[in-house]
Design a protein around this ligand. Structure first.
Ligand SMILES: Cc1cc2nc3c(=O)[nH]c(=O)nc-3n(C[C@H](O)[C@H](O)[C@H](O)COP(=O)(O)OP(=O)(O)OC[C@H]3O[C@@H](n4cnc5c(N)ncnc54)[C@H](O)[C@@H]3O)c2cc1C
Length: 464
């Protein structure tokens, strides 16, 4: 008999006024009892609608049925059949718009907490299984991966399991991409990401860090080194600035720089080498996950007032619901229907405020969302000492400038087919944010997975 409670089993978390002063994980995860109770809410539907919402096709009802029986390691193995990073996805996937939005329990109540169960199972397996991945026998073929984010890591893992000699070239000194340098510790502990990377090392994947493809070596030079196919998963790490006067004042950051200093370079720790400005009044411009992360970091770095400045209404906020909810609880103030007009600064060029304008929503634009329109005479000033731009990113142009024959579009994204990641250049495959522009972890992983299968086929055909 299923558990017919219309509500999800709640997950314990740190109290808002405690957690907004530390970088430890906000949500604490289910206990075994909670996981079993929540798993019993699953109706095990025959047509598995939840799976249609998962870009990597996790066998959701099957793993949840195993959780309900208390078979947690078996449940972890079931997820691992299709997903390389369950502890990550259980924490950061936008489940409300993916698997959970198709759950029939969501019609008359709350969907089954698929993300929380995935996280529980992955954490349980990490803590209770000593099983190590084993390097498969080599098939004698070398492949290269550019970028160690979720797209590159997934592609690397799948190819290594097929027996390829896989080398990942990563520009930074740490593998993990945004999982390491962007998403904060309090949402995704870095030991968890590192553990997933260590599993790839056990499979035989080699990581070459501090290696900028396009500078250290070009894609064509990598082919010259004997790599038979190359996957480009270099992400979309180039920030977009707001484009208002005064934006080059002291105290204006891109969210990328601000978060990298805090998360990758650990500026939140005492004695960190990386300096960061401990601002008191901060406005973050934008409404996505990046904006929420920057605002919540600013609070934890000691800011007394933190604003989210967003030009549309709450309904259009693109961030995960949980992040919005947590940001509000932690004291972040949302200024909806507000657009920045000018960054104000003093005679030393230090930020003193942000001139803003009230907006109202008009007709839908090309994106289908209602267009924000300025309200005349509604200007006002927020007193601040720091402004953080979190309005989007695009791919760094280095690879497209150094790779003849690689087609890119007007947004600077690599053109690759969605099914296989095939690009215009023979032997080069691509996926993740480098192709789609800034998107999500699970979409990047799906692209890496499909490209790995296509690279295998490409190499087999070439060597027939
Ligand atoms: C702050 C923040 C919060 C986010 N929150 C969420 C969330 O909650 N949920 C969610 O699903 N998504 C979230 N996202 C989006 C998600 O993280 C990305 O969509 C995902 O990481 C893309 O994966 P990727 O592998 O394509 O690229 P990335 O993760 O960007 O990895 C690309 C890697 O390539 C490396 N690289 C770049 N150029 C080169 C080069 N020339 N040579 C060698 N290496 C290179 C980079 O250093 C990087 O390590 C967030 C993004 C940010 C920035």
């Amino acid at each position: 008999m299923p558990n017919m409670n219309p509500k999800k089993c709640p997950m314990p978390e740190q109290a808002p006024d405690v957690r907004n002063k530390n970088f430890e994980e906000v949500t604490l995860g289910y206990t075994a009892e909670m996981a079993v109770e929540e798993a019993q809410r699953c109706l095990n539907c025959k047509n598995k609608p939840c799976m249609t919402g998962c870009p990597v096709q996790v066998k959701i009802p099957e793993f949840i049925a195993l959780v309900a029986e208390g078979k947690f390691l078996e449940a972890a193995a079931k997820i691992k059949e299709t997903s390389a990073l369950p502890a990550v996805c259980g924490r950061v996937c936008p489940q409300e718009s993916q698997c959970e939005c198709h759950c029939v329990r969501g019609i008359k109540g709350e969907a089954v907490a698929i993300g929380r169960l995935e996280r529980f199972v992955a954490d349980y397996a990490r803590e209770n299984s000593s099983e190590k991945a084993v390097k498969p026998e080599s098939n004698g073929h070398k492949v290269a991966i550019v970028g160690a984010g979720p797209a590159g890591l997934t592609c690397a893992g799948d190819l290594a399991r097929m027996g390829y000699e896989v080398t990942v070239f990563e520009a930074l000194h740490t593998a993990g991409g945004v999982l390491m340098y962007g998403i904060p510790e309090f949402r995704l502990p870095k030991t968890i990401v590192q553990k997933e990377i260590d599993t790839l090392k056990d499979l035989g994947v080699e990581f070459v860090l501090n290696f900028v493809v396009g500078r250290s070596e070009t894609i064509d030079e990598l082919f010259g080194d004997g790599y038979e196919a190359i996957f480009v998963g270099s992400g979309a790490g180039l920030p977009t600035f707001i484009g208002v006067p005064g934006e080059n004042a002291n105290g204006v950051y891109s969210a990328n720089e601000y978060l990298t200093r805090i998360n990758l370079m650990k500026a939140y720790k005492e004695n960190a080498d990386t300096p960061i400005y401990h601002a008191k009044k901060v406005a973050v411009v934008g409404g996505g996950n990046v904006a929420m992360d920057a605002a919540r970091c600013a609070k934890r770095m000691g800011a007394e007032e933190v604003y989210i400045v967003y030009r549309r209404s709450e309904k259009e906020l693109p961030a995960r619901l949980e992040e919005i909810h947590h940001a509000k609880e932690e004291g972040v103030v949302f200024k909806f229907l507000t657009a920045p007009l000018e960054v104000l600064s003093d005679e030393n060029f230090n930020v003193t405020g942000l001139k803003c304008q009230q907006m109202e929503l008009g007709e839908p634009d090309a994106s289908g969302r209602r267009r924000p329109i300025p309200v005349e005479g509604s200007e006002f000033v927020l007193d601040l000492d720091c402004v953080i731009a979190a309005i989007g990113t695009s791919p760094n142009p280095l690879i497209r400038h150094t790779t003849p024959g690689l087609e890119t579009n007007r947004k600077g994204c690599i053109v690759a087919d969605d099914e296989h990641g095939i690009t215009s250049k023979d032997g080069v495959f691509a996926g993740g944010d480098a192709v789609t522009g800034a998107a999500t972890v699970i979409l990047a992983m799906g692209a890496g997975k499909r490209a790995a299968a296509a690279m295998d086929e490409y190499i087999k055909n070439k060597n027939k």
